[in-house]
Design a protein around this ligand. Structure first.
Ligand code: URA
Length: 197
């Protein structure tokens, strides 16, 4: 993990961080992945979303949240006027994952794999410097907040890495449990109020 901290801290721009991750050899997941998935959207966005890890579609395209869960994510945030493509930082999203490589058969990343990559995520947040962070699901809640149990964590704001953090349910969970979209709608309204605040 010290090697990760050193590599991450040396990067002083987002491009340098992307390169540092692409060159980082100390995570076994990279061997099974086709692409390193760094980020998508507008790096100047006020809102930075952190997901878990690339799935099959993301690994193929080299971009986060482009499969079914990603399409739901785009629709959710469009409902409060936010889009990853927006050139206007107040209406844009910047999207990344805890893990830049797809785990085999989409298993959850192990605590060791996460610990190795968290220094890069923390540096990513520092360099993008959003106004707030949305953590989607248990893996980013663990990485950023050091807590699991997203169904309990969601519903309020917390603080980490010097930023307000909004824990939300993962869109893949919402695809399996559409009834929970009610909770996500409440969280999106809370996010919108925060941005207007
Ligand atoms: N799920 C995630 O957590 N991240 C992605 O990029 C895609 C699916």
């Amino acid at each position: 993990v010290a090697v990760a901290q050193t590599a991450a801290s040396r990067a002083t721009t987002l491009d340098a961080l992307r390169q540092a991750i692409a060159d980082f050899p100390h995570c076994d997941l990279r061997r099974g992945a086709r692409n390193t998935v760094f980020a998508d959207g507008n790096p100047a966005a006020r809102v930075m979303i952190v997901g878990e890890a690339p799935g099959r579609d993301e690994d193929q395209q080299g971009l986060p949240f482009v499969g079914r869960a990603g399409q739901l994510l785009d629709r959710m945030f469009a409902a409060i006027g936010l889009a990853r493509q927006s050139p206007d930082a107040t209406r844009a999203l910047y999207i990344t994952n805890v893990m830049p490589w797809r785990p085999p058969s989409n298993r959850e990343p192990t605590p060791e794999e996460m610990a190795m990559m968290v220094p890069f995520l923390q540096r990513h947040v520092e360099l993008a410097d959003p106004d707030l962070i949305v953590v989607m699901g248990n893996t980013p809640a663990q990485a950023v907040l050091r807590q699991r149990g997203i169904t309990r964590l969601r519903g309020g704001w917390t603080q980490a890495w010097g930023k307000p953090v909004l824990p939300m349910l993962h869109p893949a969970y919402l695809l399996r449990n559409p009834i929970a979209k009610r909770e996500t709608w409440a969280d999106l309204l809370s996010l919108q109020a925060h941005l207007r605040g």
